[in-house]
Ligand binder design. Structure first.
Ligand SMILES: Nc1ncnc2c1ncn2[C@@H]1O[C@H](COP(=O)(O)OP(=O)(O)O)[C@@H](O)[C@H]1O
Ligand code: SF4
Ligand SMILES: [Mg+2]
Length: 382
């Protein structure tokens, strides 16, 4: 099944029917029937709690999956703007390695520690050019290395530094510089800033966005932080139990989420605007993918569960009628089962189908002014 649609000719990467299993005594089906089109120059955010299959998807779509991980089925096709499509499964060895640096580059979770501790920044950046642009002269290589550091907001004097002499944020910027060295068409970033403090994280994201505007590459940005994704993504895919359960324009999902899981995620962080509300997480934990439940993977936690949910694993389908409507994998949107559509509470974006209890009656005695502690209820619950 395809989610999308990216305009014809505008797709840079198409992913079709990916299924990934980790082999073992109890195999884990970590990615199930995932398909999407990545448009040239867009930011696609992939959200979902830990263990939902986000990293496995990133490894599978870049052909970096290692045993016991195994791509059971599906294909990933790259569409260059200057040649015929390339099926990634046909690339091996040196071709695959080159493809990764030149066309689809990655910055992975915990990548800050991926720099070689005994080589200077200059040497590590220059090595990329030596391997992939051997025609460059030494002076040109040095020039390119300086440019790259400058692009990610690091002064050229840092070229002589070793990784341990840099802060976490700087190391992450060096890795982003390396990933962009050959001007790839797609940058896949898996939790690239999770280990950094929020100010550094924001600086780096702004940098990535500036670079994208300048060079036009597409970004697949993976994180459990839905609020961050809503800010930076054009489109959003929400994963649960190894599947995409909601997919659409980030702005649309922000204003009208459809899947009960997305609705639950959205109420787990504070809104910058609007009235103050008490924050709740989603009770329970994601399913054990070595023993996935029959039917919909969200049944155990879903406040809108139907009898049929225990039997039928819902496919992605349009949530509304417009051409750009979000896609959602929930039986409430199956007109054959629910001709009247989803219940009003779900339509209104409420995780809890029961009406909110009435607020307590107004106090009859003078209350003290609210103090700073009064904001405590805005924090997300764990
Ligand atoms: N090397 C591995 N061997 C076995 N199972 C794995 C391995 N890596 C991940 N998994 C399992 O695959 C599922 C998805 O994991 P992952 O893709 O890392 O999710 P996420 O990135 O969303 O946290 C989890 O159930 C996880 O336990
Ligand atoms: S299909 Fe059923 S269990 Fe799954 S999200 Fe929809 S209502 Fe909930
Ligand atoms: Mg992960």
């Amino acid at each position: 099944m395809t989610v999308g649609p990216a305009p014809a000719g505008d797709t840079v990467l198409s992913v079709r029917g990916l299924n990934v299993v980790y082999d073992g005594p109890t195999p884990v089906q970590a990615v199930r029937d995932v398909s999407f089109d990545l448009a040239r120059g867009e930011v696609l955010g992939i959200a979902g709690e830990s263990g939902c299959g986000k990293s496995t998807l990133a490894y599978a779509m870049t052909r970096l999956l290692k045993p016991p991980g195994r791509l059971v089925s599906g294909e990933v096709v790259f569409h260059p703007d200057d040649g015929p499509p390339v099926d990634l499964s046909t690339l091996h060895g040196e071709h695959l390695r080159r493809f990764r640096w030149n066309r689809v580059a990655m910055v992975f979770q915990g990548a800050m520690n991926a720099l070689n501790p005994v080589l200077s920044v200059r040497r590590q950046l220059a090595d990329v050019f030596t391997a992939h642009r051997p025609e460059l002269r030494r002076r040109e290589r040095e020039e390119r290395c300086r440019e790259l550091l400058d692009l990610v907001g690091i002064g050229p004097e840092r070229l002589s530094s070793y990784p341990h002499e840099l802060s976490g944020g700087m190391r992450q910027r060096v890795l982003i510089a390396m990933a962009m060295a050959l001007r790839p068409d797609v940058l896949v970033m898996d939790e690239p800033t999770t280990a950094l403090d929020v100010v550094v994280q924001r600086d780096i994201l702004e940098e990535v966005d500036r670079l994208r505007a300048r060079f036009g590459f597409a970004v697949v940005f993976i994180t459990h932080d839905l609020s961050l994704l809503l800010e930076i993504s054009d489109r959003l895919a929400v994963m649960y139990g190894g599947r995409i359960v909601e997919y659409g324009r980030a702005a649309d999902i922000h204003t009208a989420a459809h899947h009960p899981y997305t609705v639950g995620l959205l109420r787990s962080f504070p809104s910058l605007r609007g009235p103050r509300t008490v924050l709740h997480g989603i009770p329970g934990t994601p399913p054990d993918l070595s023993r996935p439940p029959p039917g919909c993977p969200f049944t155990a936690r879903c406040p809108y569960v139907l009898d049929a949910c225990h039997r039928i694993d819902p496919a992605l389908r349009p949530a509304g009628t417009g051409p750009a409507t979000s896609q959602v994998a929930c039986l409430h949107y199956d007109p054959a089962l629910r001709p009247d559509g989803p219940p009003p509470a779900l339509r209104a974006g409420r995780f809890d189908p029961e009406p909110e209890p009435d607020p307590p009656p107004a106090a009859t005695v003078d209350e003290p002014e609210a103090g700073p502690d009064d904001h405590a209820d805005r924090r997300p619950s764990e």
